[in-house]
Design a protein around this ligand. Structure first.
Ligand code: GRF
Length: 199
């Protein structure tokens, strides 16, 4: 069984979608949900599904002596960022090489980087008059939103679409595709490689 940790900061619709998708899986176990915010609704969703949770505000998130034992305690092999806002500290990226992935609500490399999260992304897409938007799943590197792209899904936009319409269209792509991409990504890892994670 591959144990995944889902990192969140907010509502957690993707987190819950992943938990539901992998419920009963013989291969992937949603072992832990980690939030940097104590009031993230994602924590409630996780608890409703019986998934253990941990709250690690930035000082703890950036402390290897807190995070590595926590992830070890739950035998975490793979980390999924699902609406997680802080930068991932280098020691985690080193401990999980190509084993941390993120979902971004736009077609990277457009509309990525600092400040490009949530509604800011969709507002920028609208302001630019884009004729399409989409979602990107990518590996996490020390540079925000810059890791190798794993998968992208796109949808057309009409000039009449409001920012909320754009957000809704993009969110539907996330609900439809993200769990499957995570599943495929994990399927390409051999258990042996996972066990060789360097921490
Ligand atoms: C999603 O749009 C995701 O792409 C982005 O943050 C949002 C999280 O939404 N990284 P939720 O917390 O999963 O509802």
């Amino acid at each position: 069984m591959i144990n995944i940790a889902i990192f969140v900061s907010g509502s957690g619709s993707n987190c819950e979608n992943l938990i539901k998708y992998f419920a009963g899986s013989q291969r992937v176990n949603c072992a832990l949900v980690v939030s940097n915010k104590a009031d993230a609704y994602a924590l409630v969703r996780a608890q409703n599904h019986g998934v253990p949770t941990a709250v690690t505000p930035k000082p703890q998130l950036n402390d290897a002596d807190v995070m590595l034992p926590l992830l070890r305690q739950y035998h975490i092999d793979f980390i999924v960022l699902a609406g997680f806002l802080p930068l991932v500290p280098d020691f985690l990226i080193d401990a999980y090489p190509r084993r941390i992935i993120n979902i971004h609500p736009a077609l990277l490399p457009k509309y990525g980087g600092k400040g490009m999260w949530g509604h800011h992304v969709h507002e920028a897409v609208k302001a630019a008059g884009e004729t399409e938007t989409g979602m990107t799943v990518h590996y996490v590197t020390p540079v925000c939103d810059s890791g190798e792209i794993i998968a992208q899904f796109r949808c057309p936009l009409s000039p009449d679409d409001t920012v909320d319409d754009i957000a809704e269209k993009e969110h539907q792509l996330e609900m439809a595709h993200f769990p499957h991409v995570v599943d495929q990504c994990i399927a390409t890892l051999s258990k042996r490689e996972v066990l060789n994670a360097t921490f």
